[in-house]
Design a binder for this molecule. Structure first.
Ligand SMILES: [Zn+2]
Length: 350
């Protein structure tokens, strides 16, 4: 992940990627999205077609996310890259994102304070996005609708008994254990302990992921064969990458992104990590189109006509096409890029 999508996050009404709404985004039909993705995936993922069963693939990647769209914004090119390389990619999404703001004018009635039908709608958006990235195995923790979106931190929705923030940790982790023991991923991706930026569902997704890994390895816990996840990564944004991103976007004439912030002098927001803590860089510049198609699929949440999407190809690919991680369990691979970062999540795994 890079500068733009995470700061400010897409869940936030003022989010960068969500700042403007237009008829154009509303018109981006499912069909158009899939057409845009098709050519990318035809080149990228021919061998993935046959492998539906997780254990048929030697390399297995599990992602644990809070809401539909987080996976695409944070890990879109990573998912597409590993699907393309024949790995089995499994996405577990913990809520339906019922509390999200609706950016498509004609769908505003779906929102939680009106018809409260947004969750159902976002199931479809997620399915389309996963088709765009080539991911066939995507599930909801405990089944769709088991846990409700908690809303932003401090809102009354945090107290609803059915919301994810109120979930019993071991019960929720138990659902993830079932997935881990079935799929047997060597690598797991999730958020850091602040959930990236403090959204209660992101924090809870982090806790469930970490607890799920622990319980899955415990022979005394529940049914199924214990499984050790070899490597765990947290999504990360290196400080230098955010500073460079703000600088480049200012040069391109946009002043709204991190408005008022001087990339050369100001302190960076708390979700940014010092460069030396960011261990791993996944380059998916050739998969940006698939990621963009997946973002368009999340039409109620992300508008792709804002200033960040209008960046020149060169800058846009750097911003959207490179995703960063911090390894928190397992050994770093020996192959490194010029900055000393690991370049493959599966490095060192047999
Ligand atoms: Zn989210």
């Amino acid at each position: 992940m890079t500068t733009i999508p995470e700061g400010p996050p897409a869940d936030e009404p003022q989010g960068a990627a969500t700042s403007s709404t237009s008829a154009a985004s509303a018109a981006s039909s499912e069909e158009a999205v899939l057409q845009a993705a098709a050519s990318v995936l035809e080149q990228a993922a021919p061998e993935a077609e046959g492998s539906m069963e997780a254990l048929d693939s030697g390399r297995r990647l599990l992602l644990v996310h809070a809401h539909p769209d987080d996976e695409t914004i944070g890990n879109g090119v990573t998912m597409a890259r590993y699907v393309g390389e024949g790995a089995h990619v499994t996405l577990v999404t913990c809520t339906l994102g019922e509390e999200g703001e609706v950016l498509v004018p004609e769908l505003v009635h779906l929102a939680a304070d009106q018809d409260d039908q947004l969750g159902q709608h976002r199931i479809g958006e997620l399915a389309t996005a996963m088709e765009a990235l080539g991911v066939r195995d995507h599930r909801f923790l405990g089944g769709p609708g088991r846990y409700r979106d908690s809303g932003m931190m401090g809102l009354p929705t945090n107290d609803r008994p059915d919301c994810f923030w109120q979930a019993d940790l071991d019960e929720a982790a138990g659902f993830l254990v079932e997935v881990i023991r079935e799929v047997r991923p060597q690598v797991l991706l999730t958020y850091d302990d602040d959930g990236g930026y403090g959204h209660p569902d992101h924090i809870q997704a982090h806790r469930v992921a970490m607890r799920g890994v622990e319980l899955a390895a415990d022979p005394d816990f529940g049914p199924g064969e214990p499984w050790q996840v070899a490597k765990i990564y947290w999504n990360a944004i290196p400080e230098t990458v955010l500073r460079d991103g703000i600088r480049a976007i200012r040069e391109a004439g946009d002043e709204t992104f991190f408005e008022g912030m001087d990339p050369d002098t100001d302190e960076m927001p708390s979700f940014v990590l010092p460069d030396d803590l960011v261990t791993t860089r996944i380059d998916g510049m050739d998969l940006v189109e698939a990621k963009m198609a997946a973002m368009r699929a999340h039409a109620t949440q992300i508008t792709v006509d804002g200033p960040f999407f209008a960046l020149s190809n060169n800058l846009g690919n750097r911003v959207w096409g490179v995703e960063y991680y911090r390894l928190v369990r397992g050994e770093l691979g020996t192959e490194r890029d010029a900055e000393g970062r690991e370049v493959d999540l599966f490095a060192g795994i047999q």
